[in-house]
Design a protein around this ligand. Structure first.
Ligand SMILES: [Zn+2]
Length: 573
């Protein structure tokens, strides 16, 4: 029986205001640490290290210990103060810059202990002082960041491989070498750092032996250039996810869990809506839903996959107007495009209205400052008093505007809701497709390389509400829980040839180009036709995911020509 990864979720009951505030702070601080780690280790010099997160953890731990040791020696030299007192001082120092009373105190201390203070300015702070977290938190934030960076590099590798595939200046041998490098992070790193490889495995040696020095140089510089152009800079924007290991949470019963807070020995106890019936050990993810005021616990478990006896293979065509079309003629998620368009246009309109309000707010603020200037210029009460009255009136208007109409909260909530609606539609359509078609294998067009440049601003805005990657991800996931395999296939020319007879499609007609015209078969559904071609690619020995698009075209044209010749021969006989 095969096992699949499955995420199980549990939800807390509504948090109290006090709990909400505590979590809000904790998640924000954790995200800050995570961002610091993402920023620090996203460079090429750490590419290999982040694959094993414990290397990074040990490196930071060593730094932290060094800071502590330095302090101890400082303390011994000065014969006064202790660690905790000192760390508190340095924190206060920063927080209360504007606080006069405190500054006086500091001044006294400074004169007593000038040397020590000087050291504090130059020695870095511990992570637990810089951020209000405990030691465990930075360890997990580091693990979290490493896993984000690792997927960043492997996603970038897949993306660059498709660029290599479609680069006409590279020979097939050069491509094979590039594919190898882009799949093996340690070698990729060496290329980027322009360092020689330590050890060359046999496979790589064979690939390299087929290249001239010139070609090898060309490949390496292409890898460097394209990596630099396409490398993203990951960042946590909305602090809503924390990774916790077994030491940081504790179930006191099936429905109650104690979660480590940022204060030592003060766990936050939350109640779950229902019993948590899975193993209560291992890493969990805490998701903070600020709108619903609750915590979600996500845990990855190994679940038994249901086996399918089906022999059917499908290659759904993924579209915007219609989400999924199959060669059987069935289509799923008909009104998908309309749904996204409607939601996105509504949000856009809301945004425009908000801009009008922001405009008004700015104008009121300008007016108030103008009035202020005028009031200060004159001492004549007959002029001053009406101006003051006018100013007060404008201030009242501004306040009303700010309390009633401005605020990102509602807007963000609506945006999240729109995304949820779209996600529900996607999941529903996938499940329906898998139920009706009952496949054992799903071929998916590899869309990583497609650029959205040509679609225009409006379309991009609409597409930003949902990302195409989500659809693939969900098909793969839902499929895996049912024992269905997913295979990525080459996407080149799937919509430009007839799936039935192999002829090149003459033209596309219809309001949304939904009808394809084949010279032999006449008008056919463009989406389901593409699906037929995708299905065919699952076992195509000639057209693999790495076949360049111009080669795909040559193959398809050759096949059709051969077929026509055969028919001519049969007719002649
Ligand atoms: Zn045809």
């Amino acid at each position: 029986m095969s096992k699949v990864n499955k995420t199980v979720r549990a939800y807390s009951i509504k948090l109290t205001d006090e709990q909400f505030e505590a979590f809000d702070k904790l998640f924000n601080e954790y995200a800050k640490v995570e961002n610091e780690m993402l920023k620090r280790f996203c460079g090429i010099q750490y590419m290999s290290d982040i694959c094993k997160w414990s290397i990074i953890r040990d490196k930071i731990r060593a730094e932290q210990n060094k800071i502590k040791e330095n302090r101890k020696t400082d303390d011994n030299n000065n014969n006064e103060g202790n660690d905790s007192k000192k760390s508190k001082n340095s924190k206060d120092n920063k927080n209360n810059k504007n606080n006069k009373n405190n500054n006086c105190n500091e001044v006294v201390k400074n004169t007593e202990n000038t040397k020590n203070e000087k050291n504090k300015l130059t020695t870095p702070k511990l992570l637990t002082e810089k951020y209000e977290i405990q030691g465990w938190h930075w360890v997990m934030a580091t693990k979290h960041a490493c896993s984000t960076l690792h997927s960043m590099w492997s996603n970038l590798g897949s993306r660059l491989k498709t660029l290599v595939r479609d680069n006409k200046n590279l020979t097939p041998e050069m491509r094979a070498y590039c594919y190898y490098i882009l799949s093996a992070i340690p070698y990729w790193q060496k290329v980027l750092l322009r360092e020689p490889f330590d050890k060359i495995p046999e496979k790589l040696a064979t690939l390299m032996s087929k290249l001239t020095d010139e070609e090898l140089k060309k490949c390496n510089s292409y890898i460097c250039r394209s990596t630099r152009t396409h490398k993203p800079y990951p960042e946590v924007k909305n602090a809503r996810c924390m990774m916790y290991d077994v030491n940081m949470y504790k179930f006191t019963d099936d429905c109650t869990v104690k979660i480590m807070s940022n204060i030592p020995k003060e766990a936050i106890e939350i109640k779950l809506r229902g019993p948590f019936c899975y193993k209560k050990t291992g890493d969990i993810q805490l998701i903070f839903d600020r709108d619903k005021k609750r915590i979600e616990i996500h845990k990855l478990i190994k679940a038994r996959a249901t086996q399918t006896t089906s022999k059917i293979e499908i290659g759904p065509d993924k579209g915007f107007a219609t989400l999924l079309s199959c060669y059987s003629g069935n289509e799923y998620g008909y009104e998908f495009g309309e749904l996204v368009t409607e939601r996105s246009d509504y949000l856009n309109e809301r945004n425009t209205n908000r801009n009008i309000i922001f405009d008004r707010q700015r104008k009121l603020k300008d007016e108030i400052s103008e009035l202020d200037k005028a009031i200060n210029k004159t001492t004549d009460d007959s002029i001053r008093i009406p101006l003051i009255r006018k100013k007060k009136e404008q201030e009242r208007k501004l306040q009303t505007l700010e309390t009633n109409n401005i605020g990102n909260k509602k807007f963000n909530r609506e945006q999240t809701k729109a995304k949820e609606t779209i996600k529900n539609k996607v999941n529903y359509s996938i499940k329906l497709m898998l139920d009706v078609e009952d496949p054992c294998t799903v071929g998916l067009e590899d869309l990583t390389w497609q650029s959205d440049k040509s679609k225009g601003k409006k379309m991009n805005r609409r597409l930003s509400l949902w990302n195409k990657g989500y659809l693939d991800e969900r098909i793969e996931y839902i499929g895996s829980t049912r024992g269905i395999k997913t295979i990525h296939v080459n996407a080149a020319y799937t919509s430009q040839y007839c799936a039935k007879c192999g002829a090149k499609i003459e033209k596309r007609i219809g309001d949304h180009h939904e009808i394809a015209v084949c010279p032999n078969c006449g008008e056919i559904n463009a989406n389901t036709n593409a699906s037929g071609n995708i299905e065919g690619r699952i076992h195509d020995p000639e057209i693999t995911i790495y076949t360049p698009y111009h080669v795909v075209k040559d193959i398809l044209d050759r096949r059709y020509a051969e077929k026509c010749n055969k028919i001519k021969l049969i007719k002649a006989i």
